[in-house]
Write a protein that binds this ligand. Sequence first.
Ligand code: WQD
Length: 335
Amino acid sequence: MKKVLVTGGLGFIGSHTVVELQNEGFEVYIIDNLSNSKIEVLDKITSITGVKPSFFNIDLRDKAAVKDFFANNKVDGTIHFAAYKAVGESVQIPLEYYENNIGSLVYILQEMKANNLNNFIFSSSCTVYGQADELPITENAPVKPAESPYGNTKQIGEEIIKDATKISELKAIALRYFNPIGSHESAKIGELPIGVPQNLIPYVVQTAAGLRDELSVFGSDYNTPDGTAVRDYIHVVDIAKAHIVALKRLIEDNNKSQFEVFNLGTGQGNSVLEVIKSFEKVTGKKVNFKLVARREGDVTAAYADTNYANNELGWKTELSLDEALLSAWKWQETL
Ligand code: WQD
């Protein structure tokens, strides 16, 4: 049974990926320091798959702990999710973001190299493109100067990995997610925003649940059909399944170069108002909202060109926006 390390494996995308890895017969080791996740997620994963992943409460900024883990666990692959990811927060505490997101990445790569462990999947983001000049966005779109320290850690992270592949046998794939949303069909795992949600869908479902008075729609004067910003909302389970395809690509040596990048999106752009309308349609719930000023740092539109991921990686999305929105609501109802 192939062994795989999932860092941040109790988080939103991490936990969904652990479920799909177990469904595919992988033995999963999770490292998580619970800074943005809950230990209860471990039992939820176990209740879905019937298999309890091995869990290590390690802070990846602890170089000695990272060294010890890789010296004692010869994993066939590493999927690295663990990172701080709040755009706005990263502007407030940039040094913590660089220490955590970059420091932990370097330690992991050092110890993988020391133990000749060479298959690495990196959680990246479409945020590296900023406002792309052309839509849909391909993997060849230029990486724009980061709009936030968070986005910068993703850009720098990719550069570090690329450099690491030049001095070792490391094979790496960076997966640039567009906007992951939704929850597992069991409604046992999902997005657990701490405090006031920064992202759209958690805020929408909390408003529908009556936990928030009304949603503020950031900007209604964008150059889009209805004036609100457009994004590519992709079901988190489709994102999770892409990680298994990418991991198998590396384990089976089907990669075409030591550093590859794939966009993970549906190829479909939807505006904020379209998302609200779809959510109300599939759930029958009302979402109170008001149109307010744009949010600093937001781009007008971002959605993926999916050809390269479909044809080269051999992966495509299977779930719709409506299914994702309904699953997000079903998850919210359990909280
Ligand atoms: C989506 C749209 C907002 C909240 C960010 C990161 C990206 C990834 C996903 C981590 C935008 C609008 C939002 C609200 C709103 N994060 N909105 N009212 O900004 O596209 O992407 O989160 O990996 O890297 O950049 O996602 O969900 O915050 O916003 O109108 O209360 O919804 O303006 O147009 P975003 P988002």
